[in-house]
Design a protein around this ligand. Sequence first.
Ligand SMILES: [Zn+2]
Length: 338
Amino acid sequence: MVSYLDVERPAPGTAVRVAPGIHWVRLDLPFKLDHVHVWLLDDGDTWTVVDAGIGNDATWAAWQQLTQTTLGDKPIGRIVLTHFHPDHVGAAPWLAEAHGASIWMTRPEWLTGRLLSVDLDAGMTDHVVAFYRAAGCGAAYLDYVHRTSDAYARMVAPLPRSYRQLRDRDGLHIGGRTWHVIVGGGHSPAHACLYAPDDGILISGDQILPRISPNVGVNASEPDADPLADFLASLNRLEGLPEGLLVLPSHDAPFHGLHGRCEELRAHHDARLNDCLTACRDGATAMEVAQVLFDRPLDDHQTGFAVAETLAHLNHLLAAGRLTRETDGDGVWRYTAV
Ligand SMILES: [Zn+2]
């Protein structure tokens, strides 16, 4: 069971101290998931910030307000980005330029973010549409994909052409603390968590969240990938950390109860795998299975996540030999339980 840290949630543009030298900031997002967290780490003469928020006017206004309040005259020297998703990196290029700060990421996250923000030719759109067609999505959704396949580039200013690389098990010295980099997979290619063993604190990004299950999805760039295997392996690794840690996640609120949450997430994915097998008893497309797993009305934005997440479970079952996949005459994948 998760137990939330007993502090009030910060209003947008303000910071709440959660440990010595560590401040929690909540920034608005224009989605159903309506907020993301960033962390301000006091680093002596400068600040290190972890994640930056999405790239829009509201985020920029919040950073300017933070400069008046918590940041004060001390510049941001370093921006650590947990992963390339737009709600985490979108505002980072502006912030880096305004403060002369360096950007620190794992190499796969930098490469992916940089590539998506510059890959805008028509062939990319056709490729993504073909992927969702093979997943069994209908014409209305494919039209939405056609109109929005450049969404990443619209939400994220291109990442800088150079950056500082974070590697698994690196130690980052920030404000008298040593943070160990723990690289995880499944939600994004090489997501960085930061762990301060002496203080018992884990900045978990989206790798582990207290309430929602981090999206584990298959994308058009790697249609045969098994990201669920990566995610489950990362849960095993996080479970090897001490139980009493204070976990600082990118959504919801800081919490204790890491091991129980890892167990809940593993049980959630096991149940999803079983639901997929049941849905594929007589053969089904990924879209048909998604409608069973996500048994509620989904808008177009959510449909993309639902199909990607369903494909992650189907690919995991394919890899285990528990499903077969055939391509029908229309080029659509059909999955059947073995
Ligand atoms: Zn994410």
